[in-house]
Design a protein around this ligand. Structure first.
Ligand SMILES: C[S@@+](CC[C@H](N)C(=O)[O-])C[C@H]1O[C@@H](n2cnc3c(N)ncnc32)[C@H](O)[C@@H]1O
Length: 219
């Protein structure tokens, strides 16, 4: 998969690219490219945003700047998905992550300050995604959230089997994962459920599914 991120702060991604799961798939299952709008802006002095028509606070990312960035990277209008990261977009869920992880090529556009000129979302993007109903200062953290969530769904990102029985997986009927315990078996009188110490894998599997179902009903 190829994932392109357009941002005003490409260096923000340095930490993430050194960490698993991203580090494990980079150069193999995932090709990540970071583009800075400032490198291709047609305006002077690296300008990428401007004051909003109609007045008001904040700066708005310009449509001609984003069009120039996309044209430099892809030539014509790209045929793959171009996603605007916006609090007004479709809400991110595990199902959306699975959908994106199947795409061969995805572009993420981030903005800052007041956000995008609306014509960017309307004419240059295929869709918009929000990572939750709250407002962050920029699209870099949302891009990193998506990057991490997508990377861990790619082949080889996780240890064998560890990504299968997770919260929201079909193996757990879309529900929440069961509780985990590790050593010591008792701490301050807090004990581990006997079934997990029984060595009976059938009973363990049944208990885990039951716990997963109980947790999923509560939320
Ligand atoms: C301060 S926000 C702009 C908010 C916009 N004025 C509004 O009220 O809808 C600046 C940028 O951060 C990113 N952003 C902020 N919150 C986000 C969220 N929940 N999901 C995705 N992107 C977000 C977007 O790229 C957005 O354009």
């Amino acid at each position: 998969m190829r994932l392109d991120v357009f941002t005003q702060v490409p260096h923000a991604f340095a930490w993430q690219t050194e960490q698993r799961p991203l580090a494990g798939v980079l150069g193999g299952e995932l090709e990540l490219r970071l583009f800075n709008y400032r490198d291709t802006t047609p305006l002077r002095s690296g300008q990428v945003d401007d004051e909003p028509y109609g007045g008001g606070a904040g700066m708005v990312l310009r449509v001609d700047v984003v069009a120039a960035a996309l044209e430099t990277a892809y030539g014509d209008q790209p045929s793959h998905r171009v996603v605007a990261l916006s609090p007004q977009g479709r809400q991110l869920t595990q199902a959306v992550v699975e959908e994106l992880a199947l795409e061969p090529h995805v572009t993420l556009l981030s903005s800052r300050f007041e956000g995008f000129d609306e014509r960017i979302v309307q004419h240059l993007c295929s869709d918009a995604i929000s990572i939750g109903p709250y407002v962050l200062s920029g699209g870099e953290l949302p891009a990193m959230v998506l990057l991490d969530a997508i990377a861990r769904r790619l082949p080889g990102a996780l240890a064998e089997g560890s990504g299968e029985h997770e919260s929201f997986s079909t193996e757990l009927e879309g529900g929440l994962e069961y509780p985990h315990y590790t050593r010591p078996a008792e701490f301050r009188g807090w004990t581990v459920p006997d079934v997990l110490l029984s060595g009976d894998h059938g009973r363990v599997d049944a208990w885990r599914l039951e716990q997963s179902r109980a947790r999923s009903v509560r939320t």
